[in-house]
Structure formats: structure tokens, C-alpha cells
Design a protein. Sequence first.
Length: 255
Amino acid sequence: MAQVSPAKALEALPLALRDELLAAVNSVVKNYREGRWEPAELNGGKLCEVVYSILAGMVAGKFPDRAKKPKNMLDACKALEQADQSFPRSVRVQIPRILIALYEVRNNRGVGHVGGDVDPNHMDARLVLELSKWLLAELVRLFHGVNTQEAQQTVDGLIERTVPTIWSVANKKRVLSIDLSYKQKVLLLLYAESPVEARTLLSWVEHPNYSDFRRGVLVPLHRERLIELDADSNNVFLSPLGVDLVERDMKGLLG
């Protein structure tokens, strides 16, 4: 199964609106990764406004050029439930209800205003992170006609991961920390970009032999469920366990 390219995933949206959507999601991800709970949760609120603008544009038959905050997010999302039933239930009910929950965290959990019940925290920021990725995946699914698995893999490709120790040069990537093992280099490269074709990874880590690389590096990582080595496409995907390992054990290389 081929991943939908970022250029194709949301091409139905106006460019500025698409950029706002991806910027909001990537801001949530970046701030969460850096342990900045309050900015992560605030960016969740911005994402709500962008996604609402997209849904409202779908229902109206014309997308706005840029996102616009509704006067009352709760009422605006509830109004979407009255849209013609020819629109998918996700557009009318499921996404709007997620937006209401996400906006509630932004407004009434000590994030957007003083006087909330709790201070910004890891638990709430994690909720915002996962809901943000779900929203983006659902929009990809709706616009591109793919299943949920394909949509999730596309989202993994759309989310930016800046890794200072990886250098992009002459249409290839190099890991600048030369003392890392081949396995560590593969995981770090896939953290920055996933999926990657197996022979491309071989080139990037400068392993001398493909058979040895596959047998000694990729297959063991696959067995440990740190990566998925797809037998059909020969693409290599970083798993959630692989992401956790990189963020835990190689945190110093992520900037």
C-alpha cells in the first residue's frame, strides 16, 4: 500500500487554508515534543478554528481562503449536525463533536484564560496531540478516499520532525553523529521521514552490503516491532514503539 503524498493528501483545499491546517497540527506536535504543554494546548484551539472553517466550507459548497473563528464554537459545531445528510456523518457529527471537546480543553482547562480548573499539564497536552492527529487523518480520509490506516500513514508523513543531527544534501540524508550504530541511524532517519525504501536507507547510512543490512539491521528492528519492513513495497515504516525509543533514548539528538 502506497502512502498518499503530502501534495495530494489535501489538494482540494485552498493553499493558504491547507498551510494553516498543517501549521496548527505541527505546532501541537512540536510543542508537545518539547514538553511545552500550554502552547501545545493553545495550538489545539487554533486547529479547531481551521478544521471548523474546512467543514463549514464543505457544507456551504465553497471553502474560505483562510480560516475564520466562529463567534461561538459550540453553537457553530452543533449547527453542522443539521447539514444535509448527504454529507458524511464524520463531517456533520463526529468531527464537530471532537472539535467541541478539543476547544473545551483550550478554553476551560487553565490554558486560554486564567481561572481554569487545572494548570496546563502533560495529560491534557497528550489528549490535544492525539485528537489533533485524528482530525488531520480524518480529513485526509475524507478528501482522498483512503481507509483509516492509509490516512494515518499519510499523517505520519505530513507531521514535521526536525532532527538537527540529520543533514539533507544532494538528494540524500546523512546522520551527522558518526558514532551511532546502523540500527540507531536507521531509527533516527525514519523518525525524520517515514516510510523510506530499504535500499534508500542502505545508501543513507552507507552500509556496504544490502543482504547484510537487511539481515542484520532491518530484520531485527522489524522483529522488535520498532519498524515495519513491508515485504511488498520494500518500504520501511517507523512504528509507535520506534518513535518512543527515539524520543526517549536519543532525545539529545533531536534538538
